[in-house]
Design a protein. Structure first.
Ligand SMILES: Cc1cc2nc3c(=O)[nH]c(=O)nc-3n(C[C@H](O)[C@H](O)[C@H](O)COP(=O)(O)OP(=O)(O)OC[C@H]3O[C@@H](n4cnc5c(N)ncnc54)[C@H](O)[C@@H]3O)c2cc1C
Length: 361
């Protein structure tokens, strides 16, 4: 019997399994498909909320803690698994901002480096940018992680660990509850699995799982579509954000362009309209992209929550049943802090993060 069984092996489930195993727990990690294939694979990997000053303090608390961890986490995973998650601190350029004074006072309050840049400085920072007459903001501390590689490294880590049992392709699952206490999970393909604690970390699908025990979790699927250009290394150097669209350079020259924000239920198919729209805005931001092929176009379902504040903690009506879901647009950046907080709650340790803003219904 495991101490803790985690349902869902996206970035949240995988990082939580690692955090608990490091604390000495025996963990079962279960997914209905292969590990690391859903939203966490589909995302862009920017290690910052897009306009961080527009979020509540609850999101900033987790984002700031995580940002401090990513360089070390990426290095450790590379050393322990041989897979480099490619954390790079390229800096983030934000163009055409209309709430600059809010941004500047947020950066002063949280001591984050954020400065105004004129068109000349913009050009120095990113020569490929379109438009000579633009101003922007520059956040040099922001980086990105190559999320499919981060997942590969985490999957390898949990498979190497003698404390983690990995169960993929579980088939249908159901929570097993007796007299208000969790007993484990029933799985079509693995049968009866017992655990002292169970965590629902099933991203956009967490709501229906919890519904079966009378918990109404307000987390909904929000589709996001991405494009991948195959360009040459060094064509662009910075992450650049304009409106809801951004470009992210990878080390090998590939450039990610995102993203859409669509409420279409559990439909994770990409559409031709969004492909054209993303191509158009990509080439408006970086005209040179017109010379390079689009290698891939895909969609993923974010676990959407109100204001992007995730639910982290034990549910009120079932002892031993926990949730970590609703990280919305920021699951990759929030994951280290979010899973650190929940791991402390599960093991009963004191935590340096305030749990209150993330209370579960
Ligand atoms: C286009 C796009 C761009 C994004 N860009 C960024 C970004 O730049 N930075 C950032 O921080 N975040 C970004 N995100 C958001 C981020 O990807 C998500 O917040 C994060 O991946 C959520 O992780 P998760 O582990 O909760 O969910 P998921 O990765 O979706 O994992 C959930 C897992 O649960 C499993 N599951 C579901 N139902 C069941 C069941 N019944 N039984 C067993 N297993 C089940 C699924 O198979 C899946 O493996 C982006 C998302 C998208 C779609």
């Amino acid at each position: 019997m495991s101490d803790t069984l985690i349902i869902g092996a996206g970035v949240i489930g995988l990082m939580l399994a690692r955090a608990l195993a490091i604390k000495g727990q025996r963990v079962t990690l279960l997914d209905r498909q292969s590990f690391g294939r859903a939203s966490s694979w589909a995302g862009g990997g920017i290690v910052s909320p897009l306009y961080p000053w527009r979020y509540q303090d609850a999101v900033t608390q987790l984002a700031s803690w995580s940002q401090g961890q990513y360089p070390k986490l990426s290095r450790e995973l590379r050393e322990q698994t041989g897979v480099d998650p490619e954390f790079d601190q390229q800096g983030l350029l934000l163009l055409d901002i209309n709430d600059e004074s809010e941004a500047l006072s947020w950066s002063a309050r949280y001591e984050r480096e954020l400065t105004r840049v004129d068109s000349q400085r913009l050009c120095e920072l990113e020569p490929q940018l379109q438009g000579s007459n633009r101003n922007g903001l520059w956040m040099p501390e922001v980086g990105s992680i190559r999320n499919p590689r981060l997942l590969q490294a985490l999957i390898r880590w949990v498979r190497q660990s003698s404390r983690v049992t990995s169960l993929e392709n579980s088939g249908e699952i159901r929570l097993r509850v007796h007299k208000g206490k969790i007993e484990g999970v029933g799985s079509a393909n693995y049968g009866k699995l017992s655990a002292g604690k169970v965590v629902v970390a099933a991203g956009a699908w967490s709501g229906p799982i919890l519904n079966s025990v009378g918990v109404d979790l307000p987390v909904v699927p929000v589709r996001g579509q991405m494009l991948l250009y195959k360009a040459q290394p060094g064509l662009i150097k910075r992450i650049t954000l304009v409106g809801n669209r951004y470009v992210i350079p990878r080390r090998d020259g590939r450039i990610l362009v995102g993203s859409s924000l669509e409420y279409e239920g559990y439909n994770a198919y990409p559409t031709i309209e969004q492909r054209y729209s993303l191509e158009r805005t990509a080439q408006e931001i970086i005209p040179a992209l017109a010379d390079y092929p689009v290698e891939k176009h895909w969609a993923g379902l974010r676990p959407g929550s109100s204001q992007g504040v995730p639910f982290i903690g034990e549910v009120t009506n079932t002892k031993g049943l926990y949730v970590s879901a609703g990280h919305f647009r920021n699951g990759l950046v929030l994951a280290p802090a979010s899973t650190h907080l929940l791991a402390c709650q599960i093991t009963g340790e004191r935590c340096d993060l305030d749990p209150m803003p993330y209370c579960v219904p």
